[in-house]
Design a protein around this ligand. Structure first.
Ligand code: 173
Length: 313
């Protein structure tokens, strides 16, 4: 009896019938052993448990599966459906991507003030991406060095960068060299660079503490790592599948407070590893924002000012 009612429903009301299970292929721009990926995988497990028969995420892997700077384009074109990456890694698609580092409030606040919607307007239009949510927040970037400096003058230093740090470090006189995270250790070991930019957390994931002598304080900007999705794939999900995905992403986003503890732990571990702190003043910090917003607005005269308004405190 039940079966025949089921078959009848199938025949008469295809719109009401549960959609086929959709599996999203996901990659990470950060390596699988990093805290970033370890923070993500439990969410994927929870979603997969709840989403049986409806929505699944198949985590393919990190930089071994796909070079970090190619991840954004792979999402844009649909080579993969979903990625954990950072805007600095896909400025080749649109300069606006790098401005996510300039947010001065946590992402839940941006969901309330229109910042999240603005991001999605831009991400939809320019990158064929749906911006799902932010999975790292409350985490500043720092400059790490192998040599001591006593004033905020980086003249004569060669630093490993991504677009995050480019304009700021150059404005302070540095020579810069862009590399993915996976090449930093060798660059330090060979003395190709005298330092690098990186968030306050994570240097132990790559063993860079072995080569790092100094950290410059204060930190600046807000390290952004987010989940982004191919827009066509997003539009192809039904309301229930979108709801499920959004709910799990937002619950991870709402747990971003946990990074505060990770960061405190890493500050302690850096100290234990003998990394000394060089401290500069407010001018150094303010310069970071001044240079970055000038660059963002120049690169995006339309969206730069709109982002600045909603991202700033
Ligand atoms: O330094 C980097 O590779 C970088 O840009 C970044 C961005 C967000 C989180 C971690 C690193």
């Amino acid at each position: 009896m039940r079966k025949s009612i089921g078959l009848l429903a199938l025949a008469l009301a295809p719109g009401l019938v549960q959609a086929q299970e959709v599996t999203l292929r996901a990659v990470s721009a950060f390596a699988e052993n990093t805290t970033y990926v370890k923070n993500l995988l439990p969410m994927i497990e929870r979603l997969n448990a709840e989403g049986k028969g409806r929505l699944q995420i198949n985590f393919i892997g990190g930089p071994k599966a796909m070079p970090p700077f190619e991840v954004g384009n792979a999402v844009r074109t649909g080579v993969v459906d979903l990625a954990m990456t950072t805007g600095a890694f896909y400025t080749n698609i649109m300069p606006e991507a790098d401005a996510l580092k300039l947010t001065q409030m946590p992402h839940p606040d941006l969901r309330r003030n229109g910042g999240h919607d603005l991001i999605n307007k831009i991400w939809n239009e320019k990158a064929n991406m749906q911006y799902l949510g932010r999975v790292i927040d409350f985490t500043p970037f720092h400059l790490y060095l192998t040599k001591k400096i006593d004033k905020p003058d980086l003249t004569g230093l060669k630093l490993r960068i991504t677009p995050v740090y480019r304009e700021f470090f150059q404005a302070l006189g540095a020579t810069v060299m862009q590399t993915p995270p996976g090449e930093v250790y060798t660059a330090l070991e060979r003395g190709v660079v005298d330092g690098y930019g990186w968030p306050i957390n994570g240097i132990f994931d790559f063993n860079w503490h072995e080569k790092t002598k100094f950290r410059v304080d204060p930190g600046f900007y807000s390290a952004e790592v987010s989940l982004v999705m191919n827009l066509d794939k997003w539009k192809g999900l039904n309301a229930e599948q979108r709801g499920l995905l959004t709910r799990h992403v937002i619950s991870l986003e709402n747990a971003n407070d946990s990074w505060k503890k990770v960061n405190q732990d890493d500050i302690r571990k850096q100290k234990e590893a003998g990394i000394q702190v060089i401290t500069f003043g407010k001018q150094y910090y303010d310069k970071a924002y001044e240079v970055a917003w000038a660059s963002a607005i120049k690169a995006s005269p339309t969206y730069g000012p709109q982002m600045r308004k909603l991202f700033s405190k």
